[in-house]
Design a protein around this ligand. Structure first.
Ligand SMILES: *Cc1c(COP(=O)(O)O)cnc(C)c1O
Length: 426
């Protein structure tokens, strides 16, 4: 059977497939650059694992308190080496990215301190953590105030506004690398480095934390290479490589990470407790695969941008833009198009391909959200997935794909469903 016969069986029409083929042909130079970054990052991870002398004995399960868990401690050393920082907290007890960020913030902010976001409104779930939207146990309830400097019209940093916002109470500055559900640009590590340098020139002892979600391994450097005191993210995104079934990480200075460990477990206990429950092989192997998995997802994002731009849709980032994360937003202009797009992503999945996604009121989000994910790990967004809040400009956020080939099929299926619904004519 030839390839297109299989694709036809999966529901693709010849028109969509051949458009996809033409787009792919034009992307080979771009893909070579992505492969070069993946090769660099693969070497970086491998070197860290060898330096830490990882052995099969480090995959053993521990239970109970988890004292002297060498496998857990070495994994944290591997992360610290890859991120070129003093310490790391990498745990299955960190339930998700929002939790990791909550630990990092609440551990390093005390009553009377102020938190500053110099990059506009943070990610939806963080708004309740901070108390921008009132919520029980928010930082606001504990007497931590919040200030924000918005980006300029063109998406660049408003240095005057940032300087004016920093005051004697500013303790921690949170910088979100990826755009999240906003249509602003994501930031490159170099841009983040410039922002951190500026903030520290205004207030040298301020803590700079980067929400690194979706950014890991997109470039050869990470925020901790350019002065971030903490980089924080989720293991069901890039660094878990699709294998980690849960978890989050915080990498950074020993002073900051120690406090995070005390906040996560208990004062006095910190990093010394936390049984691994047998999960370490997935954490190690996922981290080992993460550079190539991220590269595949990145190829999918670039392919999607080229495909949808060729059909006249606004894509953020635009097709030829420099990439700072694996997220691709496509402004579809209507709820119907968002639903069709997500149905296509779902229909391409290895798991739950028969399900039809619908908008729902998801905890932590202000508007109904539609999500398509047929993932091996529930909610994993390093696996092929698409989501977005149902609000103008009806942008769908596409990300992931454990392999480039699967990402490509998923994106073609999204277009197929829009064609089938009469929303696009080829
Ligand atoms: C996904 C994400 C989060 C939250 O992570 P969860 O694992 O969904 O809790 C925070 N910030 C950004 C930028 C994200 O993309």
């Amino acid at each position: 059977m030839d390839l297109f016969s299989i694709y036809r069986q999966l529901g693709l029409s010849e028109a969509v497939w051949s458009l996809g083929d033409r787009i792919t042909t034009g992307l080979q130079e771009r893909f070579r650059e992505i492969d070069a970054v993946a090769e660099y990052n693969q070497a970086k991870v491998l070197a860290a694992m060898q330096e830490c002398r990882i052995g099969a004995n480090h995959f053993a399960a521990t239970t109970g308190y988890g004292y002297n868990d060498d496998g857990r401690e070495r994994l944290e050393q591997v992360y610290a080496k890859v991120f070129h920082c003093e310490a790391a907290l990498v745990r299955p007890q960190i339930t998700c990215g929002t939790h990791a960020l909550t630990v990092a913030l609440s551990a390093n902010l005390l009553p009377g301190d102020e938190l500053l976001s110099p990059v506009g409104l943070p990610y939806d779930t963080l708004q309740e953590v901070i108390g921008i939207r009132p919520s029980p146990c928010s930082l606001a309830e504990y007497g931590v105030t919040y200030r924000q400097a918005d980006l300029k019209e063109d998406g660049s940093f408003d240095y005057d506004a940032i300087r004016a916002a920093i005051n004697e109470r500013t303790r921690l500055i949170t910088i979100q690398r990826s755009k999240g559900y906003a249509t602003r640009p994501s930031f490159t590590v170099e841009q983040i480095g410039e922002l951190i340098a500026f903030c520290k020139s205004v207030k040298p002892d301020v803590i700079c934390m980067v929400d690194n979600c979706y950014g890991e391994f997109v470039e050869t450097i990470e925020p901790t290479d350019v002065g971030a005191d903490m980089a924080v993210g989720s293991l069901i995104k890039n660094p878990g490589g699709g294998l980690a079934p849960i978890g989050g990480y915080i990498c950074g200075t020993k002073a900051c990470v120690d406090r995070c460990a005390y906040r996560l477990s208990a004062p006095g206990l910190g990093q010394e407790v936390g049984a691994n429950l047998g999960i370490l092989p997935a954490f190690y192997q996922g981290f080992f695969l993460a550079p190539t998995v991220t590269a595949g997802a990145l190829k999918g994002a670039i392919f999607a941008a080229h495909l949808y731009e060729s059909l006249g849709y606004r894509c953020i980032p635009s097709a030829n833009a420099v990439r700072a994360d694996i997220i691709q937003a496509v402004e579809l202009g209507s709820e119907a198009a968002m639903v069709a797009f997500c149905k296509g992503i779902q229909a391409a999945a290895p798991v739950d391909s028969f399900a039809a996604p619908e908008p729902w009121d998801m905890p932590g989000y202000d508007d109904p959200v539609i999500m398509a994910a047929g993932a091996f790990v529930q909610g994993s967004s390093i696996e092929l997935s698409a989501d977005g809040p149902i609000r103008p400009p009806y942008a769908v956020y596409f990300q992931g794909g454990l392999t480039w080939q699967h990402a490509k099929l998923g994106i073609l299926m999204s277009l197929q469903k829009m064609v089938d619904a009469g929303l696009v004519a080829l």
